[in-house]
Design a protein around this ligand. Structure first.
Ligand code: VG1
Ligand code: CO
Length: 544
């Protein structure tokens, strides 16, 4: 096998964000851009010679091309085997499972998740370590450092590999195995959930369902699992064909982007259950007939009901949530006397807690829930969890949610996103907020008295690593919170997220509209952050 060492110049913007390096496709298409980043990853890793790397992506534009380049670079850098999803496809949770199942050294996942795809849209790449989870910060920081001084990369010379035929082939010393991207994952799901109960409950018509794959990676997974294995009707999976540009939409599972699903779930004759997943299959939106379940509530409800699911029948060790996620799950943890951890945004912070057996379930307000079955959040897993729950409790989604609120109280919650804000304006807002923090505690604003105002800092309880500046929090005596943070996944300007939360113990007040119930807090968020004033916007671009 002939390998070449190609001279290159560093790019100064290869700093991974919340979930890998995400940029416009055109940025990735610059000479040596992808190669520099991949070589920077390989250069930062040790002792992988002869070992296995998993490779797959969400099928977006540039996926196949990038995979061919990475195959040749992995060969030149001395990996022994590549396991690649057929067609270059692997959902993020399936990639995590494949890494674990085949005890691979690590994996490269090509995705920009819920961001749009196509020649003018986004692409992304991230490295996952041997536990199947996203590389912790100490890795991503060293990838970035290496990218700033890189002078060459290594690449092998051979013809493009056939990504579509299952089985193993040899390219020089490198073994390449193309595997069915769905099979192992479907087996894993079958080992966690009660498939015979689900089949029966769907077959009897008690559960009718609608799943929106948003023309992204979960189409083939949903068809195999929901339709072929569980007997749902083929029409219950919509937008099931993965497209390179997701049909021109944002593959972002929320009520704004999964519009067809939202219309049907809130229309007459709505199915019992509706859900959607994102570009790379790790997010989920849960709805029922005429009800939307916030991801924070979904996590809390899962934690409270986990014992009803075969895979968690023995009980759960603990739970974790990202800092901006509502405190609903904390109440469940307190009730069952299990630990609850608060981590910075991004799945990479759950890995150590999962590996150490300290937690079983975890989640984020951004439509992400998961468990110790893999080391990523998992969209279809969440769908199956809810279906299993509905089948076991024989109740509607609305009844399950309302009973939960009655027992634990409701954490009324919403998030406001201001997208593509000029970076200097966004930084100015953060500075302005930061300057106010020391003086806020003790001050009262109507019924809200500030209890604490700080910047979230996390010390990992397992390895002691510290992450600073993970979002600004203003917490009130009555348990309400306002959180501000800048997104680490956007590709245009800055995205400012404002997270708002208010606890309502009184069941008589549980059926309020979230925006109305949070109106006073929304006003306070503007008072502290001057976001509308400084951006000149009338309101958020996206409310979830
Ligand atoms: C967002 C979410 C975060 C999530 C991340 C990756 O990050 O807020 O909770 O972990 O996306 O999810 P940010 O930095 O933009 O707020 V995915 O499905 O995009 O891999
Ligand atoms: Co995603």
């Amino acid at each position: 096998m002939q390998t070449d060492t190609i001279d290159t110049q560093p790019y100064n913007d290869q700093n991974p964000g919340t979930s890998g390096l995400r940029k416009k496709v055109r940025t990735f298409q610059q000479v040596g851009y992808l190669e520099n980043f991949v070589q920077s990853i390989f250069d930062s890793l040790e002792n992988y010679s002869g070992k296995t790397l998993v490779l797959g992506g969400d099928g977006r534009y540039f996926n196949r091309e990038a995979i061919q380049t990475i195959i040749k670079m992995a060969a030149a850098n001395g990996f022994g085997e590549l396991i690649i999803g057929q067609g270059g496809l692997l959902s993020t949770p399936a990639a995590s499972h494949v890494i674990r199942k085949y005890q691979a050294f690590g994996g490269l996942i090509l995705s920009a998740s819920h961001n749009p795809g196509g020649p003018d849209e986004d692409f992304g790449i991230k490295y996952n370590v041997g536990n199947g989870g996203p590389a912790p910060e100490k890795y991503t920081q060293s990838f970035y450092r290496r990218s700033q001084s890189i002078t060459s990369y290594k690449i092998a010379r051979f013809d493009d590999v056939d990504l579509d035929t299952l089985g193993s082939q040899q390219a020089g010393e490198l073994k390449i195995t193309i595997l069915d991207p769905v099979a192992d994952y479907a087996d894993l799901m079958q080992s966690i959930f009660d498939f015979s109960l689900l089949k029966q409950t769907i077959g009897s018509g008690f559960i009718t369902l609608l799943f929106d794959a948003m023309h992204a990676i979960t189409g083939p997974y949903a068809k195999r699992i929901l339709v072929d294995m569980l007997g749902a009707s083929p029409e219950s999976v919509i937008n099931a064909t993965p497209l390179e540009d997701f049909g021109g939409h944002h593959p972002d599972p929320n009520l704004a982007h999964a519009r067809e699903l939202a219309e049907r779930m809130f229309g007459p004759e709505a199915p019992v259950f509706g859900a959607a997943s994102d570009g790379d299959g790790d997010r989920n939106m849960i709805t029922g007939s005429n009800i939307f379940v916030t991801p924070s509530d979904s996590l809390a409800i899962m934690a409270a009901n986990a014992h009803l699911i075969p895979g968690y029948a023995k009980g759960i060790a603990g739970v974790a949530r990202s800092m901006p996620t509502s405190q609903a799950v904390d109440r469940v943890a307190a009730h069952y006397k299990i630990p609850c951890y608060e981590t910075p945004t991004g799945w990479k912070f759950f890995g150590n807690l999962l590996d150490a057996g300290r937690i079983t379930l975890c989640g984020e307000e951004s439509f992400g829930t998961g468990s110790d079955h893999v080391r990523e959040k998992d969209g279809l897993w969440a769908v199956l969890f809810w279906l299993n729950l509905i089948a076991r409790r024989r109740q509607s989604v609305a009844d399950i949610v309302h009973e939960h609120w009655q027992k634990f109280g409701r954490d009324i919650y919403c998030r406001h996103d201001y997208e593509a804000v000029e970076t200097s304006i966004a930084d100015g807002i953060v500075e302005y907020l930061r300057a106010q923090l020391p003086a806020l505690p003790g001050q009262s604003f109507g019924e809200y008295t500030v209890k604490y105002a700080d910047e979230f800092r996390y010390e990992d309880p397992v390895d002691g690593s510290i992450s600073q500046n993970q979002g600004i929090r203003i917490g009130f005596e009555n348990g309400s919170r306002i959180v501000y943070r800048l997104s680490g996944t956007g590709t245009v300007g800055a995205t400012l997220r404002i997270y708002l939360e208010k606890f309502e113990p009184d069941a008589a007040k549980h059926h309020q509209d979230a925006q109305e119930a949070l109106a006073e807090l929304i006003g306070l968020a503007e008072h502290f952050g001057e976001v509308k004033k400084r951006t000149g916007r009338a309101g958020p671009d996206v409310t979830t």
